[in-house]
Design a protein. Sequence first.
Length: 120
Amino acid sequence: MPYEFYKLMHFAGIFLTLAAIGGNVVHYGNGGTKDNHGMRKIVGMTHGISLLLILVGGFGMIAKLGLGFPGWIIVKLVLWLILGAAVVLPFKFANTAKIQLFAYPIIGVFAAYLALFKPF
Ligand code: HEM
């Protein structure tokens, strides 16, 4: 598969991951519970599959570009782990939902910065 294929896969994963996390942020931020979360299952599934798309797309690009594992990729792996945990963080820390609403997209922008500028 060409580089562009993996990049689009990476992007699809990013958009879907942030959509899924955003759904939980708004639900739990509104005082919602696990029991009255009518979309809990689809949000959880979307989050899991989309994280996989980010990972496969990312590693596909690493292989296509012959990048190896420089520092910026290692940091992106950590950001990916944080976005992985972010499906439960809105539930655990519902009182910070307003901050979380912006924090995850900012993590995404930082991840994009790392890929664009490859600073280390
Ligand atoms: C498993 C973790 C990740 C890996 C291995 C990874 C790897 C990569 C690679 C290899 C590229 C292409 C760089 C190039 O074209 O020179 C890339 C691009 C990009 N990544 Fe990731 N990434 C990861 C996680 C993330 C996350 C979590 C986000 C955002 C939420 C993200 C956002 C982006 C964006 C926006 C680009 C495009 C930048 C450009 O225009 O080249 N990445 N990533």
